[in-house]
Each structure stands twice: as C-alpha cells, then as structure tokens.
Ligand binder design. Structure first.
Ligand SMILES: Nc1nc2c(c(=O)[nH]1)N[C@H]1C(S)=C(S)[C@@H](COP(=O)(O)O)O[C@H]1N2
Ligand SMILES: [Mo]
Length: 419
C-alpha cells in the first residue's frame, strides 16, 4: 500500500496529493487501510489520510456482532440467533437476521425461479421473479419470530446464565419489499368456496404449511427484498412468503407453490410439529398469531453494572396482533410498574424499542418488562402462561422475563427468583 511522508502531507496545501508524492519512502506514514499493520490507533486521525473508498462497506473492527449458531456443521436442521443485546433501534442488519432451516439453505438461480399458483383458481399461473417484480410493490417493516423462541424462559428453574441472544434471538425485524399475495390471487382468480392455501418451499425440506385464505386478503406478501437489497439466501432468496405477525414457520421461504383449497392440507410440518400440546392432552393447532412479548436487552446477563446511579434500561417489544401500546417496567420485582418510553416509529407487527431511565441504588433487585398491544392483550407472568398451557408445551413462550441485579452489579436471568 502507498506510503506518504509526513513532510509531504503537511506540505501539500489545498489537499492535492500528487502521484509523485505518494511514492516517497522516507519518514513513512501509511494510509489507514485494511492491509497495513501500522498502529493506526496511536496516530492522530487528523494527521493521516483515511482509508480509501470501497465497493462494499464493513463494520468497525471492534464491532463484530455475530449470530449464535446451533449445531454448527452437525445438522442441516439448524438455527442461528440474532444478537439482540448488541443491536440498536429496531432493524436487524440482514446478515444478523436469525435463521431457521429444516434442511439447509438451497441454492436457487433467480432466472430459473418460478412460483406456481394453482388449485381452486380460474387461471393457474407460474410467476417468474421478474413477473413478481412487475406488480405494484410494497415495503413494510415486520418482525419474524420462530414459535420456539424463548424456550429457555419457559422453565421455573431456568439457568441463570442465559443472555438475550440465547433466550430470545429467534426474532428479527427487516424492511421487506414484495408483492401483496392478494394481488397474485386476483391475477389467478380465486374460485368460490376456497378457504385455505397450501404454501410449499423449494428447499430440501419441501416445507409446507396451510394458511387460511383471509391472511392473503389481509397482509400476506411474497417478499423479494430485505432492508433495501435482494432478500438473503438465508431468508428465502429469491422469494418467500411473509405472514406478518404469525409464527415464523408459516412464512415459507424459497416459496415455489401455492395451492388454493377448501380445507387445510395437514402437512407434516403442521401435524408432527408446530402444534402445541396442552396439559389436558389436547393440542392447539394453527396457533399462528404471535402474542405480545417484550424483552429487556440491557442490563442483562452477562453484563455487570459498574456502579450505582443512572442506567438506561433498554429492550424491544412486539405483538403479532398489531401495535405495541405500552411497555411497563418494574425495577422492584413486580411490586410497582411504570411506563417506559416507546421509540417511534411504533409500527404494527414490528419490533418496538423501549427505554426507561433507572437510578440503581446498589441493592439487589429484579427488573421486568410487560408489554401491552393495541388489542389490550397483556404479556403474562410465567405462572399464568403455565396455568393456561401446561408444562409440556413447546411453542409460543411469551411470559415476562425477569433479570436479577446482584449487589455487585452482576446481572443474571432471574426466573428462579419469581413466584
Ligand atoms: N422452505 C422453508 N421455509 C421455512 C423454513 C424452512 O426450513 N424451509 N423454516 C421456517 C421457520 S421454522 C422459521 S422460524 C422461519 C425463519 O425465517 P428466517 O430464517 O428468515 O429467520 O422460516 C420458516 N420458513
Ligand atoms: Mo421456526
């Protein structure tokens, strides 16, 4: 990489660096760049030229948030979790969006891609990616949450050493761009008596789910864009179904077929899985809607508060039913509750950021957050949820999550401390 003398730098008024000067060897100060091993931290950044422009940006070397991968290299049925505690605002950077794949990430050539819509329709049709992009588009911010998210909170004796990423990292928010599914259904002409759709993916799992057709007339979309660029392969490239506010599983990725029907299909993915056993031996099936939930992402394990005084409690809240209307905070283990500040935009079926200023007195305590959505639904205590569902359920865990602050400032998951 080019070197530049200090004298040359200082002597070059008007900011013009001639090509000849760049070749000077003596007294070298390197440009700040990726490859050089100079100790750029020791240098005054106003006295050395900055790194050059590049075609693709990069994170600061000191800021390298990572997804937490389960079963790396072991199983194609795997997941990775968003580092919720390292993010700001509400948008998840696309490369940190959580992943859940039942059989790995397929490679699909965009020019080979087709979406077939058939069944109880007047005109069965295949749509290529460019066909999809010709329809009037919409861009909306929505969260996706896996219905298995939060499993480690559904346990009275949960581990104390679990962080927000491990606990709740199977949810992320992106701005999704695509075509409303209703537009495509109008195009094919849905026949009278049609009540369900069967949506099928083109991955090795051929994942398939039955969807009530009302969701298509409401807000379902076929997404091909994510945070301003093409949807990532991990998120369903080149196109996926998006069912805002519904359990992530039903948002079929790599979507290749939609069959219009007058009954649910009872696919493997909705019978062997994604049906919630209840304590009386029955089960909830087609439990699509994500209930209101909130999670404090700071302070949380493994953080340690360094001293008593003012700290900003931060977190996110979301509901599959609509907008979050408030998030109450308790800093005394649920004795008293106060409203936090919601940071706009507060969008329907989207993560909402909340903050609450807290003056820690240095004593042991429990922090909790409790979300309410626009339908009046209030996030339940664990005991309430267990009462309703029993202990053997495996999906839709949205109980209040307490964080225990110890006298030395250390923070642990505080489930065991609550009644
Ligand atoms: N075709 C297909 N679609 C799929 C899956 C899959 O394995 N195959 N996983 C589902 C599950 S369980 C979830 S939670 C979401 C995850 O979406 P994401 O990986 O974009 O976060 O995709 C759903 N859609
Ligand atoms: Mo999922």
């Amino acid at each position: 990489m080019a070197n530049l003398t200090r004298r040359a730098m200082l002597g070059t008024s008007g900011g013009l660096i001639a090509g000849g000067l760049l070749k000077t060897k003596a007294d070298a100060i390197s440009f700040a760049d990726n490859e050089s091993e100079n100790t750029i931290q020791d240098q005054d950044p106003t006295k050395v030229l900055g790194r050059l422009t590049s075609e693709v940006g990069q994170r600061a070397p000191e800021e390298q948030p990572r997804r937490l991968v389960r079963n790396p290299n072991v199983s194609h049925s795997s997941s990775s979790r968003t580092p919720l505690h390292q993010l700001q605002g509400i948008i998840t950077p696309a490369d940190l969006h959580f992943e859940r794949h039942h059989a790995g990430i397929p490679t699909i050539a965009p020019d080979q891609y087709e979406l077939l819509i058939h069944g109880m329709v007047d005109r069965p049709m295949k749509f290529t990616l460019s066909d999809l992009k010709r329809f009037p588009s919409v861009s909306k911010l929505y969260f996706i949450e896996c219905s298995g998210n939060g499993g480690s909170s559904y346990n009275k004796n949960a581990s104390r050493e679990v962080d927000p990423q491990q606990m709740d990292g199977l949810t992320s928010t992106s701005e999704w761009t695509g075509v409303p599914l209703s537009t495509l259904l109008q195009e094919v002409g849905v026949q009278k008596g049609a009540t369900w759709l069967m949506a099928e993916g083109g991955d090795a799992a051929v994942m398939a789910r039955s969807i009530p057709i009302e969701k298509a007339w409401d807000d379902a979309m076929i997404g091909y864009g994510q945070n301003g660029e093409a949807i990532r392969p991990e998120q369903g490239y080149p196109a996926r179904l998006l069912l805002p506010g519904w359990e992530g599983n039903a948002s079929v990725k790599w979507i290749r077929r939609i069959e219009v029907k007058d009954q649910p299909t009872m696919t493997r993915d909705e019978t062997s899985k994604y049906t919630d056993p209840l304590k009386d031996g029955t089960a909830r099936q087609f439990s699509f809607t994500i209930d209101a939930k909130s999670a404090i992402t700071f302070p949380a394990y493994p953080y340690a508060l360094t001293e008593p005084g003012w700290w900003e409690i931060q977190g996110i809240a979301w509901s599959g039913r609509g907008r979050i209307t408030k998030v109450d905070i308790s800093t005394d283990g649920g004795e008293t509750w106060n409203e936090s500040k919601l940071h706009g935009p507060v969008l329907s079926k989207c993560h909402t950021r909340f903050t609450y200023p807290w003056n820690w007195d240095g004593k042991e305590t429990l922090l909790m957050s409790r979300a309410t959505d626009e339908t009046g639904y209030v996030q339940p205590a664990l005991s309430t949820l267990m009462e309703a569902r029993g202990e053997g359920t495996s999906y839709h865990y949205n109980s209040i999550r307490p964080w225990k602050i110890e006298e030395d400032g250390r923070v642990y998951f505080g489930q065991g401390e609550t009644s």
